[in-house]
Design a protein. Structure first.
Length: 489
C-alpha cells in the first residue's frame, strides 16, 4: 500500500509540497535571522535562541579588577560628631555655637573614608584604566583580582575633565590584560556586557544594548557618552563595557539619578587618545582655539540663512587667541575643523582638544552665507584660557558659561556697564536653568558676597560647599533678583 501511495500524481504532489515547504522555511529563517549576526561575528553560543555570555564573561573577567581606596579626612572633635557623617559635619548646626562655648575648641580627629570602584588591566606592565573619581585624592589604593588576590597600586596620571585615570599595580604576576576595541564602530542596538563591582558585589556581569551614542549629560566640557541599558550601579565606575568580541568599547562612569536601565560609559577611543599622555606626563595637554560657541537652533538657522541646523555658532572670540589671530569673528559658523565635519556645537571642543599644541589647522566657516577657510595655529589649553573663554569649570556643575563683564560687552548686549560677570550660555536642564538663570544676566553676588570680576567669581564658586544651595544675586535689565541653585553632588 505504501508503494502505491508514492507512485504517480501522489508522489509528485507530495514532493512539490515538501520542496515548497523547505524553500518557505529557508526564507522565513533568513528573515528571522536565525543565524544570529552576533554568533556569526563572535562565535558566541546560542542557547534557546538567544546569545549566551558565559564564555565571554569567563574569558575577560580575569582582566577586570576591583579597586578599593582609602582617603584620610580630618573631622571635628566634638562629642556629637560621632553621630554625624562627613557631609553633616560640613553643615552648620544651630547648636554648634552652644557646644563650642560649653566644651571649647576640641582637636580634630582623623578618620578614614573608604570607597569602591572597578578597573581593567590593559597591558603586561600592570597598567589599569579606571575613573578619576574612583582614585582622586586617595591615600591608599588596593586592587583585588578575580582570584581575590590583593595588590598595592599607585596613580600614574589623572584627567578630571574626562574623568579618566591610569593606575599601576606595583607588584604583580600572571594577571590577564584585555584588548581595547573601537568605540566608533559601535551602533545603537549592539549588544554590550558590563563587568564590575556594583555595591561591593565583585565581578558582577550584566548585559544590554547600546541605547544611544554621543550623549551630553553635563559631566564636563568633553561629554560624549555611550548610553546603555546594561545594569550599571555605584561601584561599577571604572569598569569595562565590552562588545561580544571581548574588546573594551567603553568605561562605565555614570548612572542616571532616579532612573533604571540608563547608564553611561566613556568611549574607549577617548581613553586611547589620552593613555599615552597619562603615562608620560601624568596629565593631559589639550589644544585651545579661543572661541565661545553655541548651538545652531532652528530660529538661529533661519536668522543666518542656513540650509541646515549644523555647525557651531561663534558667540565670542577671546582676545589674543588663535581664533582671533586666524580672523574668526562672532557670528561665524564653524562647519569643519581640521578636516572633520562639525555637525553640532558639542563636537568642536573635543576636536580642538585632540589637536597637538602648535599645529596649524584649517577651519572652515560660513560667514554671511559665504564659505571660507582660515588657518589657525592651536595653542595649549590652560585654566586661564577656560576662564577667559567663559567656560564654567567641571567642579561648579552649574551649567553656566560666564565671562567678565566689560564696557565692550555692555555695548554689544545693549546694557549699561557695571562690575560683575555676564552669563553667556545656560545649559538646558542644568541646575542654573532650573533655577531660572538666563543669558545676559549679570551676576552681582555669590552667597551675599560681591562679585567684581571673574577671578572673584571663580574663587567664591570654588569655595562653595556643594551640599548647600548656591545663592546668586542677578541684575536682569533694570531689575535685581535672587536665585537659589541646588548643585549636583
Amino acid at each position: 500500500m505504501g508503494r502505491t501511495f508514492f507512485k504517480g500524481k501522489y508522489f509528485w504532489s507530495l514532493a512539490g509540497v515538501s520542496i515548497l515547504s523547505l524553500v518557505a522555511g529557508l526564507i522565513i529563517a533568513a528573515n528571522l535571522n536565525w543565524t544570529h549576526p552576533i554568533s556569526a561575528k563572535t562565535e558566541a553560543p546560542i542557547v534557546g535562541g538567544v546569545p549566551s555570555f558565559a564564555d565571554l564573561a569567563q574569558r575577560v573577567s580575569p582582566a577586570v579588577v576591583n579597586i578599593s581606596t582609602v582617603k584620610r579626612v580630618k573631622g571635628g572633635g566634638r562629642v556629637f560628631d560621632f553621630f554625624m557623617g562627613p557631609r553633616e559635619r560640613d553643615r552648620r548646626n544651630p547648636m554648634d555655637d552652644f557646644f563650642e562655648r560649653f566644651f571649647g575648641d576640641q582637636p580634630q580627629r582623623e578618620f578614614k573614608q573608604k570607597s569602591l570602584g572597578s578597573g581593567f588591566i590593559i597591558d603586561g606592565d600592570g597598567y589599569i584604566i579606571t575613573n578619576n573619581h574612583v582614585v582622586e585624592d586617595a591615600d591608599e589604593i588596593k586592587v583585588i583580582s578575580s582570584e581575590n588576590k590583593e595588590y598595592e597600586a599607585k596613580v600614574v596620571g589623572r584627567d578630571p575633565k574626562t574623568d579618566l585615570a591610569l593606575i599601576q599595580i606595583k607588584s604583580w604576576k600572571g594577571l590577564s590584560s584585555i584588548k581595547l576595541g573601537d568605540s566608533d564602530e559601535l551602533r545603537v542596538g549592539d549588544w554590550v556586557v558590563a563587568i564590575g563591582n556594583p555595591f561591593g558585589l565583585d565581578h558582577t556581569v550584566t548585559a544590554g544594548i547600546v541605547s544611544a551614542k554621543g550623549r551630553v549629560i553635563g559631566a564636563g566640557p568633553y561629554d560624549n557618552f555611550i548610553q546603555t541599558d546594561a545594569s550599571i550601579n555605584p561601584g561599577n565606575s571604572g569598569g569595562p563595557l565590552i562588545n561580544l568580541r571581548g574588546e573594551v568599547v567603553g568605561i562605565n562612569t555614570a548612572i542616571f539619578a532616579g532612573g533604571q536601565g540608563i547608564g553611561f560609559a566613556i568611549p574607549i577611543n577617548t581613553a586611547k587618545e589620552l593613555v599615552g599622555q597619562l603615562k608620560d606626563k601624568g596629565k593631559v595637554t589639550r589644544g585651545w582655539l579661543g572661541v565661545n560657541v553655541q548651538k545652531v537652533t532652528p530660529d538661529l538657522a533661519k536668522a543666518f540663512n542656513l540650509k541646515a541646523e549644523t555647525g557651531a555658532l561663534v558667540g565670542d572670540v577671546i582676545s589674543g587667541s588663535p581664533a582671533e589671530k586666524a580672523g574668526i569673528k562672532p557670528g561665524d559658523i564653524i562647519v569643519e575643523f581640521n578636516g572633520k565635519t562639525v555637525k553640532e556645537m558639542g563636537e568642536l571642543p573635543r576636536l580642538v582638544a585632540s589637536v597637538g599644541v602648535g599645529k596649524e589647522v584649517d577651519v572652515k566657516l560660513l560667514r554671511n552665507g559665504e564659505s571660507l577657510t582660515v588657518k589657525a595655529k592651536i595653542q595649549e589649553l590652560q585654566d586661564k584660557n577656560l576662564a577667559a573663554a567663559g567656560s564654567s569649570s567641571a567642579k561648579e556643575g552649574l551649567g553656566l558659561a560666564v565671562k567678565e563683564f566689560s564696557p565692550e560687552l555692555a555695548r554689544r548686549y545693549g546694557l549699561s556697564y557695571e562690575p560683575g560677570v555676564i552669563v553667556l550660555q545656560v545649559k538646558e536642564g542644568g541646575p542654573a536653568d532650573v533655577a531660572g538663570v538666563q543669558p545676559g544676566d549679570i551676576i552681582k553676588e555669590v552667597n551675599r558676597k560681591p562679585v567684581k570680576d571673574l577671578k572673584t567669581y571663580q574663587t567664591l564658586i570654588d569655595s562653595h560647599k556643594k551640599e548647600t544651595p548656591l545663592l546668586l544675586r542677578l541684575k536682569r535689565k533694570d531689575n535685581s533678583l535672587f536665585v537659589s541653585i541646588r548643585m549636583g553632588e
